[in-house]
Design a protein. Structure first.
Length: 311
């Protein structure tokens, strides 16, 4: 699921920026400040993707949430593989917090909850996610200093606005209060997120980078945002193709178009017991002579009333 950013208002429909207003004094040349200022435009664009706006309003289909969790699994698997590879590299080592931050195990629990024990056989990496994954691997293997940008973009958001998304998803999807399905957002080994983020930024600012390297890291952070937005747009396109999941009775309503075998209400036509499709039941009822007579009388009365009102 996307990482939200923090906002002073703290509302669920406002994506909150993950840079805190309060904290240790910082210099305009500190990497954390350069990233904050240099990614503002990307923040704004990410905030306004349809997928993120719908998510924050609680308009998230369960199937789409599952696919977003799959995308996160592949993204964090790549990121943490490259972080492990560079855990002793001085350009990244100070930001290596596997116990506190790594999400692979948490995402595995979420996927097991949604897809079952054989979840690995049921998921695949989407096109947009694969492009993101490929970039992370390239950076980790050839330009490890840029790994800072990807870690910063993901984890700081997870610890901030990601906690808002956790609550939205739990409520909108009616997930268990025991937090199954949203383990991704649970950081059991961080007791105070605010203090940890301050520590993380301090470690980041202490990295021995020259001005040019810092500028490249900011540029890479903007690329990370673009990759995330491409994943959001891909999910949004998939979401538009998904039928509305449930009505009050727990099943989608068939509109009379397409293959009726896909309509749960039409199970009895396939040899199983169950009620008929509401759409087809209504059509069948409307074909009865007596019903047609009553409908015709109602239409005539309504037309007469409308004519009287207009005159």
């Amino acid at each position: 699921m996307p990482s939200a950013l923090e906002s002073p208002e703290g509302g669920e429909e406002d994506i909150l920026r993950y840079e805190e207003i309060e904290g240790d004094p910082v210099s305009p040349m500190d990497l954390s400040e350069l990233l904050k200022e240099g990614t503002k435009e990307s923040h704004d664009r990410a905030e306004n993707t349809q997928f993120v706006k719908d998510f924050l309003k609680g308009r998230i289909k369960k199937e789409l949430f599952k696919l977003a969790t799959v995308a996160l699994h592949f993204t964090y698997s790549a990121l943490e593989e490259e972080m492990d590879r560079n855990k002793d590299n001085p350009v990244f080592a100070p930001l290596y917090f596997p116990v506190e931050l790594h999400r692979r195990e948490a995402l595995a629990k979420d996927l097991k909850y949604f897809y079952g024990e054989d979840w690995k056989e049921k998921i695949q990496c989407s096109e947009a996610t694969q492009q993101y994954v490929d970039r992370i691997h390239h950076v980790g293997q050839h330009e490890p200093e840029l790994l800072v940008a990807h870690a910063y973009t993901r984890y700081m958001g997870d610890l901030s606005g990601g906690q808002v998304l956790k609550k939205v998803a739990q409520r909108a999807l009616k997930l268990p209060s025991t937090e199954e399905g949203i383990q991704f957002y649970v950081f059991d080994n961080i007791s105070n997120a605010q203090q940890f983020k301050q520590l993380y930024r301090a470690r980041m600012n202490a990295l021995d980078f020259d001005k040019n390297t810092k500028e490249r890291i900011v540029e890479e952070a903007n690329k990370a945002f673009r990759f995330n937005m491409q994943v959001f747009d891909e999910l949004d396109r998939i979401g538009k193709s998904l039928a509305e999941e449930t009505q009050d009775g727990g099943f989608p309503v068939h509109d009379g178009k397409g293959d009726i075998r896909k309509c749960p209400y039409y199970a009895d036509k396939l040899g199983t017991a169950g009620p008929g499709c509401p759409f087809h039941a209504a059509v069948g009822l409307a074909r009865q002579p007596l019903v047609q007579l009553v409908l015709a009388a109602c239409v005539a009365a309504a037309a007469g009333a409308a004519a009287w009102y207009i005159l």
